[in-house]
Design a protein around this ligand. Sequence first.
Ligand code: GDP
Ligand code: MN
Length: 391
Amino acid sequence: MKIHEYQAKELLKDYGIPIQDGVTIEDAVQAEAAIEQVAKAFNTEQFVIKAQIHAGGRGKGGGVKFTTSRESALESIQNIMGMTLITHQTAAEGQLVRKVMVAEALDIKQEFYAAITLDRSSGMDVFMVSTEGGMEIEEVAKTHPEKIVKEAIVPGFGLRGFQARNLVLALGLEGKAAKQAMQIFQKLYTLYRELDGSIVEINPLILTEAGDVVALDAKINFDDNALYLHKDIAEMRDFDEEDAAEVEAEEFNLNYIKLDGSVGCMVNGAGLAMATMDIINQVGGSPANFLDVGGGANVETVKNGFRIILSDPNVKAILINIFGGIVRCDRIANGIIEAVKELDLNVPVVVRLAGTNAEVAKELLANSGVSLISADSFEDAANKVVEAARG
Ligand code: GDP
Ligand code: MN
């Protein structure tokens, strides 16, 4: 689960990490009051207006504006609130801005990058820092990988003192700022562990002209499987930022991820679903989604699966690829027939059922009177559906 910058900053604050603070509003009518409040609280007449969306790269996309008066702050808020922001991390059509943070502006001397995530290959958390803060870290990783300094964290030990020192040295910090950064790194790792983060990223972490180290931006993603332990964090979820079909699928206990191809896939089991996407690509098509309907697929799951797949206007054909293990193929076949009759499908559907009672299922489909394209092998199914999707 992702949260907004302003929410992430609240959590950082709870852990004693200095942040660029401010007030977040949901309507431009609150703008003047927010500006007044920030001016007073931070004794400043300079403000940064920041669009709150889950995607990064807001600055480049025009969603972050530095302003030097109340009037220009107000104007920026009016421009940014309600705009459709397009960044390298949003969908092509962009993301509507529904919340805006009015933040105190800080004088930046230097920008750094700091992040923690799990390195799956070593099975350890890795703490990364770079002097190349403020830019896309993916770009730094590609062109100057040596500029990202990492410390692997041994499970159970936390970020150790010498490691925090190494990171701070890598950023070239000294004296008071070095001390502050070390404390920030220790606290950041504590937060990441205690709140079950999957990514914590501060980009940029800055050194101010006054010599203090402050988090200017913050991003935290959480491990969904641990959210039940953190009710207050689960409540920070913003459904407006998520794909509606994915949210609906979750309610039906379906594992759905939207992609940008044209072949809708309904598969049971994550492994088979991955293999199905691979083979569709291999025969020259492209999957419109990943959909795992789970081990106990029934009429309801098949119907819900169809509904969600069809909510994507890019879908030109559907492949149902189900292995009857726990679930019998004849039951799935009945589900498909019922669903197709009820939902009034307008795209071709290719069906491949294998495993328990596959032969009975095939007969059921053949005699059902609904128009389905039957396939025998995995490859046969992929070829047929890709051809159907081409029209
Ligand atoms: P992102 O583009 O979505 O990562 O948004 P950020 O919060 O990181 O802001 C983008 C950029 O705006 C930062 O890298 C800074 O260069 C600039 N910026 C944000 N806040 C301030 C500020 O208080 N003072 C100054 N001088 N620049 C700021
Ligand atoms: Mn940033």
